[in-house]
Design a protein around this ligand. Structure first.
Ligand code: ATP
Length: 357
């Protein structure tokens, strides 16, 4: 994105690819899974970026790259301007660990089951040698108060806590070293519906109070739209669009973003999904050119030749970009797009039906 946005960048991904090698092509051969392809993303101080896309499109892979848990196959990941994968492991841990905190989907598996809450929270402070022992104990108490955990749970194990309390521990741990950025990968989806709103509100409150930047990965598109400044749409390992959240879905110009949002209950009334053709291709065999062309009602033969270059969208210089040869005119109504897609494809099947095909 352009340099016209005033905030300082915390993390920058440049042309990042993640390719996994997996068994699947027979006993002795390995298949390549293209989990992330050519990702460019800048996360700036204080902003909230929502990441959306269907299952398997690479959201978690990108989240792990952003927090230094996944080494890219190629491309650069720079924290505060420094390429972290050119550092040695110890330098990288120190550099990233202090700057970025990660909140995982399921606190039942992401917290050390043998450690009491106090030790879980003190661990990052010990590793990073923050303050004296007494100061670390004081910081643990502060963190517990920050996330609304009673002092009485300091000595209990995660298994003795409720799901909501466990996620509060994860949030406190992610904030232990006062990072400028928190990556939250589906932070509420493993929780009971009754506590989801509390945890989300806690995160938003902390974000404001501590002036954190946040990358929020979620299938809950309505929430993503509500809480984000910017929304990144991914499809088959690619970032296909970045838009300002305000004005979504009409501001979006990539046909996939419009289709995804049109299939989201609660955003448009009545729900009127844009029909798409066929299933999502396999991540082992992504199409040539634009990855969405096999399902897109606007695709032409030219879309198969190469990935469309980045174009600026009408949603604001520096904050709206997409990669498409045949973008939707900004402001097009959903009804208009549904009619065009039906006419072009002869299909009426909505996205969420195709997803399970
Ligand atoms: N360790 C791995 N080995 C092989 N393939 C992997 C590995 N991790 C992820 N993948 C594959 O990479 C692709 C992207 O996965 P990723 O988990 O990033 O998607 P996602 O958008 O987060 O999905 P979901 O919304 O279901 O969590 C998928 O095809 C997935 O199966």
């Amino acid at each position: 994105m352009s340099a016209s946005v005033p905030h300082q960048s915390i993390v920058e991904l440049r042309d990042v690819h993640v390719v996994h090698r997996t068994r699947g092509g027979g006993m002795f051969s390995r298949e390549r899974v293209y989990a992330l392809t050519g990702a460019d993303l800048t996360v700036r101080a204080g902003e909230t970026i929502g990441v959306v896309g269907e299952s398997g499109c690479g959201k978690s892979t990108m989240a792990k790259v952003l927090v230094g848990l996944q080494r890219p196959t190629s491309g650069t990941v720079a924290f505060s301007g420094k390429d972290v994968w050119s550092m040695n492991a110890a330098e990288r841990r120190l550099h990233i660990g202090a700057g970025v905190g990660m909140i995982f989907q399921d606190p039942a598996t992401s917290l050390n089951r043998r450690m009491p809450v106090r030790d879980i929270l003190r661990d990052p402070l010990d590793v990073h040698r923050r303050g004296t022992r007494k100061e670390r104990e004081e910081r643990v108490r502060e963190l517990m108060a920050l996330v609304g955990l009673p002092r009485s749970v300091a000595d209990v194990l995660p298994s003795q806590l409720s799901g909501g309390q466990r996620q509060r521990v994860s949030i406190a741990r992610a904030l232990a070293l006062e990072p400028g950025l928190v990556i939250a990968d589906e932070p509420t989806s493993a929780l009971d519906v009754s506590v989801r709103a509390q945890i989300l509100n806690l995160l938003l409150d902390l974000k404001e109070r501590l002036n954190l930047a946040m990358v929020f990965v979620s299938h809950d598109i309505q929430t993503v739209k509500r809480i984000s400044d910017r929304v990144v749409t991914m499809y088959l390992g690619r970032i296909v669009e970045q838009t300002p959240a305000a004005g979504l879905p009409e501001v979006a110009q990539h046909p996939y973003t419009r289709a995804l949002f049109s299939a989201t209950p609660g955003l448009l009334s009545p729900l009127d999904p844009i029909p798409l053709v066929g299933p999502v291709p396999l991540a082992t065999k992504p199409p040539t050119g634009c990855p969405f062309r096999t399902r897109c009602w606007k695709a032409t033969d030219g879309c198969a030749i190469e990935m469309p270059p980045v174009r600026s969208g009408d949603g604001g210089a520096g904050s709206h970009e997409f990669r498409c040869y045949h973008p939707v005119p900004a402001g097009s109504s959903n009804t208009e797009l549904v009619e065009l897609a039906r006419a072009a494809t002869g299909r009426t099947t909505p996205l969420h039906v195709e997803e399970s095909a």
